[in-house]
Design a protein around this ligand. Structure first.
Ligand SMILES: *Cc1c(COP(=O)(O)O)cnc(C)c1O
Length: 341
């Protein structure tokens, strides 16, 4: 039985669900892990995560498909990206096969929380790990916790995706020493000032440029860019300091294999943007948010697709990828993990 929730009015917020998965790392090894009803955590006031922000996370969704299955999308890529993030913060890697098992177990324990097909809502999963024991000298923790919780989230766009306006920023998002390519709390902490400042000034998001020359497009605080050229190619920035978005990597395959488009994954200069026909931000939460306008001081770039609706090629990409995720379009081998028939 589905929970008695008005799925259509649900936003993107935390709702406590029934069970979550917890595994502990002590004396050099991970335990078996278990499901628990306890949604709170007790730890030392001096825990490494609290003092030195030693924490990394992932985000993915479980969907109810047209034929009533519950599935998730490419969880193996979240598993390997969490492993990369953990290694960069000197945390023990959580085994990738056990990551997928933990995601499956968490969804199975909360099946009633998976929103119905067609509601636009989905079950968002948040796997994460953090250094838990007390550490006062600067060094990695010795004890860690890996957890997965889930929370139902509403349709990202109520009444259709309206293009947004973004601005360039001189703030640097990534913490020092080039940690921008990992999914870690510290990158988000470093982006909070810039996002609040952008909102106060009437922009929806920040466009980060490369820190060294400020001439190349990186990403926004939580999404990668895609651009469509006037002759229908997909162009997306390549950089070692942006997060390798699973949505973006999937859209590159969808563009090439499903829509027969040419795909260019390369450095993208800010000066080129005025020549593109469409622009979008991609990530798990919204799939693609269309961008209508980019403001760089006095220089305003308005894409021909306008501020009223998603550009036509962006829309095709969006419809094809969400069709694959919801089981309406056949997925490439290995993209869909069935959790419940
Ligand atoms: C999560 C995230 C994205 C989007 O990645 P997906 O795997 O597509 O959800 C992009 N940039 C940053 C900084 C992120 O944290």
């Amino acid at each position: 039985m589905s929970k008695n929730i008005d799925w259509s009015t649900l936003g993107f917020g935390y709702v406590e669900t029934d069970k979550r998965f917890v595994s502990e790392f002590k004396n050099g090894e991970w335990d078996e892990g278990k499901l628990t009803e306890d949604a709170t955590i007790t730890m030392s006031e001096c825990a490494c995560v609290l003092q030195y922000a030693q924490t990394v996370f992932e985000g993915l969704k479980a969907y109810r498909t047209e034929d009533g299955k519950v599935v998730c999308f490419r969880p193996d890529l979240n598993a390997s990206r969490l492993a990369d993030s953990a290694a960069r913060l000197k945390m023990p890697v959580y085994p990738e096969d056990k990551f997928i098992d933990a995601v499956v177990e968490t969804v199975k324990a909360n099946l009633d929380w998976v929103p119905p097909y067609g509601s636009g809502a989905t079950l968002y999963l948040r796997p994460y790990m953090y250094g838990k024991n007390a550490v006062i000298g600067v060094k990695p923790a010795e004890e860690y916790e890996f957890r997965v919780f889930c929370t139902p989230v509403g349709p990202y766009f109520k009444g259709g995706a309206k293009p947004i306006t973004i601005r360039t920023t001189d703030f640097d998002r990534a913490a020092p020493h080039g940690t921008g390519h990992i999914k870690a709390g510290l990158n988000y902490a470093m982006s909070l000032y810039a996002i609040v400042d952008a909102h106060e000034k009437g922009f929806d998001e920040n466009m980060y440029l490369d820190a060294a020359t400020r001439t190349k497009v990186e990403e926004t605080g939580g999404a990668n860019f895609i651009f469509i050229t006037k002759d229908g190619k997909l162009v997306t920035p390549k950089s070692d300091s942006i997060l390798p978005s699973i949505t973006r990597r999937s859209l590159m395959v969808v563009a090439e294999k499903y829509l027969g488009m040419e795909v260019e994954h390369r450095e993208v200069y800010f000066d080129e943007l005025k020549d593109f026909a469409e622009c979008g931000l991609c990530g798990t939460a919204a799939v693609i948010s269309p961008v209508g306008k980019i403001v760089d001081g006095d220089n305003v770039i308005e894409f021909p697709s306008g501020m009223e609706e998603m550009g036509p090629i962006t829309k095709k990409l969006y419809d094809t990828l969400t069709g694959i995720q919801m089981g309406r379009i056949e997925a490439p081998e290995g993209w869909i993990k069935v959790i419940s028939e």
